[in-house]
Write a protein that binds this ligand. Structure first.
Ligand code: ADP
Ligand code: MG
Length: 292
């Protein structure tokens, strides 16, 4: 049976906007060894600013228009940013079949004036997979999005994200609460991951990961944690439901990307403040003391 005070603990958590799916997760939060963060939308705001549009030919506006149409049905933070940068209404009737390829990008059919296009919009890995050569370009800082049509490279869009305001404070609080290892996993390119990791003083950063690779990394970290202590994974739920499910405590945060994430998570933080993790630990420890 569950000691009564656990209900008090769960109630206190919910008043802080932290929903826990059971008292066992509240208990697990009291002793965390490792906290693993997803990058985009979790440590960063996920609100990308377009900093550079580089079409091979034609206008920047036309490249953005194609990208915004291809990304129309996606809720990925990158897609939302591209649509916002385009800033004009998207003509939905032009969009045919769309496939979102987790960790890669988008394939979308666009039909206009008898002209059928097969767009690929995504990272270098996607271009490589499609056999599309991306011309060597000057190194740009930020996340690169490449656009191609039916095997033809059309250009790139560079976007940059910013670290959430309360993240440094949240990480400091986690260390003070005894968390030994802070880790970031990302599907973004390793250079972008490294830059964020250095800025935040994280212990480990792993970039260029597909959703399945993230599960593998979490399993490896689980095998390296201190005995009797737990590993938490914190993500926004976009492309990370399998990792949320694998961690000792899977924590979904922010706008909450998908129903699948809410389902896979053990703990849901209703706001987009990573500092809520510190409140959760404090409530968990207070509850544990009362139960003892
Ligand atoms: P993170 O691990 O940082 O949270 P994701 O796993 O969601 O990132 O995405 C990894 C990478 O896959 C992105 O950096 C981007 O290059 C590519 N990608 C994913 N979804 C899209 C999309 N809708 N449009 C373009 N690129 C995408
Ligand atoms: Mg993500």
């Amino acid at each position: 049976s569950v000691p009564l005070s656990f209900f008090g603990g769960l109630g206190a958590a919910s008043r802080h906007g932290i929903l826990m799916k059971g008292s066992n997760y509240l208990e697990a939060m009291a002793s965390l060894d490792t906290v693993v963060f997803d990058k985009t939308g979790t440590l960063t705001t996920g609100k990308f600013r377009v900093t550079r549009v580089a079409p091979v030919e034609g206008t920047e506006e036309e490249l953005l228009r194609l990208a915004a149409h291809g990304e129309f049905h996606s809720n990925h933070p990158i897609a939302l940013s591209v649509k916002e940068a385009y800033g004009k209404p998207v003509d939905e009737t032009l969009i045919g079949g769309v496939e979102e390829i987790a960790g890669y990008g988008i394939r979308a059919e666009l039909k206009e004036e008898g002209n059928e296009q097969e767009l690929y919009i995504g990272n270098a890995r996607l271009m490589e997979q499609q056999g599309i050569t991306v011309p060597a370009q000057e190194t740009v800082s930020g996340t690169s999005l490449y656009v191609a049509d039916s095997g033809r490279y059309l250009g790139s869009i560079t976007i940059s994200d910013t670290i959430r305001e309360d993240v440094p404070m949240a990480l400091k609080g986690l260390r003070e609460a005894g968390v030994r290892k802070l880790v970031m996993l990302t599907g973004d390119k390793p250079e972008v991951g490294q830059a964020v990791g250095e800025q935040l003083g994280l212990d480990e950063v792993h970039g260029g990961l597909l959703p399945g690779d993230k599960v593998g990394k979490v399993e490896e970290l689980l095998s390296r944690k201190r005995e009797g202590q737990n590993l938490a994974f914190v993500g926004d739920g976009i492309n990370d439901a399998p990792v949320l499910a694998r961690a000792d405590v899977g924590i979904a945060m922010g706008g909450i990307g998908s129903d699948a994430a809410v389902e896979a998570a053990d703990v849901v933080i209703m706001t987009d403040e990573p500092s809520k993790l510190i409140d959760a630990i404090a409530i968990a420890r207070k509850t544990a003391v009362i139960v003892k």
